[in-house]
Design a protein around this ligand. Sequence first.
Ligand SMILES: Cc1cc2nc3c(=O)[nH]c(=O)nc-3n(C[C@H](O)[C@H](O)[C@H](O)COP(=O)(O)OP(=O)(O)OC[C@H]3O[C@@H](n4cnc5c(N)ncnc54)[C@H](O)[C@@H]3O)c2cc1C
Length: 440
Amino acid sequence: MKLAGWGQYPIVEAEVVAPHSVEELLERIQLGHAIARGNGRAYGDSAISSSNTIEMKNFNRMLAFDPITGQLVAQAGVLLADVIETFLPKGWFPSVTPGTKFVTIGGMVAADVHGKNHHKHGSFGNFVDWIDLITADGKVNRCSPEQDPELFNWTIGGMGLTGIVLTIAFRLTPISTSLIKQKTIPASNVVHAIEIFESMLDVTYSVAWIDCLSRGKNLGRSLVMVGEHAEIADLSEGLKSNPLQSPKKNKITVPFYFPSFALNGLTVRLFNFLYYWIGKRRAKSSLMNWDTYFYPLDSILGWNKIYGRSGFAQFQCVIPLLHASIGIKELLQAISDANAGSFLAVLKRFGEQDSRFSFPMAGYTLALDFPITQKNLTLMSELDMITIKYGGRFYLAKDSRMTASTFKQSEPRLAQFKNFQLQRETNQGLYSEQAKRLDL
Ligand SMILES: Cc1cc2nc3c(=O)[nH]c(=O)nc-3n(C[C@H](O)[C@H](O)[C@H](O)COP(=O)(O)OP(=O)(O)OC[C@H]3O[C@@H](n4cnc5c(N)ncnc54)[C@H](O)[C@@H]3O)c2cc1C
């Protein structure tokens, strides 16, 4: 079948199976060239092996929950959306969440996902207690920070290339209400936005949306959105009686691929202009439900079709703190000069991250979507070089088009990762189209 990631690029002819039992799973992995696939929300080809893609959707049971520690033991194919639906009404929320809830827990481990609270709490791996992993030799291995820590550390952020995650024990965070106290702060340019982030490091959640077509002294003008879980005392009397309720949200479905002319420089410019000015006028503190705050795009099902049949790519890099201001400015300048703005341009502050093969490092991460055109592919290669110049690196879960040489220049940990794979003999048994492209 034809298979792609969320960006619908590249599209690969692939053999896909969805085993129902651990025995079936073991048989498949021993055939070699295997890769696990969660819910296909990585943008590119990381969850695709042309000869042996293994869908984990049938491993979707939550197995145990400890109401004292918040530890949930779940199979890898469980969707984060189902975890929230089950545990939010009981006063628990994911400790780290990406910008969509339609990801599997296995996919969250493999990409070591980050959220709007990375500067404070780090990435998802910080909340994982142990993992059961099937390695290429067909063995089920329990690993944790104490038990086979090497395997554990390379698996978190290892993009499925150390084995297939079967079961995960991870900790949820207690909450008193389902609402977020949020505040929007307009920033006149990117340097101002960074000043706002730096002055608010003790706030739990922060993210900025950038008008990436702004220029000159307005380059990178943005709306910085900060938030905290609301306490009962923050709620109106009416809401206090049911503080953990979730509103029913209407979902819109994008029924077909938009034609390519629908998304042109003019529509992107208009969107960026209106989003900034409307956001600026409405900038104030408010209570927002968790779904709108964390997952605004999830209410438009199939929004990836808006970019048309040719698909789209996301460029996401992180620039270390020391060079963040100058590096992010140079990236935005290149995008603005190319007149290649994007609907979604997001800036986040990352905190310290230890040495595993994960994307974050202390610094600023910029993420932008671009429709696939030759012009945008050229621009993204230019953005790659700017990132490397400032000592930054790239997020594999978003990558669909980088070259092996670019990746190698950005990733000093690559040799160590490959050594580990050689030692454990996973380098032959596990395989993704991305790993082949990047010589991972
Ligand atoms: C709208 C949107 C917003 C996003 N926002 C963020 C964000 O804010 N922060 C962030 O960090 N990420 C973000 N992402 C990326 C997303 O969180 C990751 O790509 C995540 O890995 C997707 O999970 P999945 O279950 O769909 O995995 P897939 O896309 O199916 O797979 C992703 C990787 O995980 C591996 N994998 C999946 N299941 C297993 C398993 N059981 N065992 C071993 N390996 C496995 C695959 O081999 C592949 O390498 C976003 C994606 C979208 C579409």
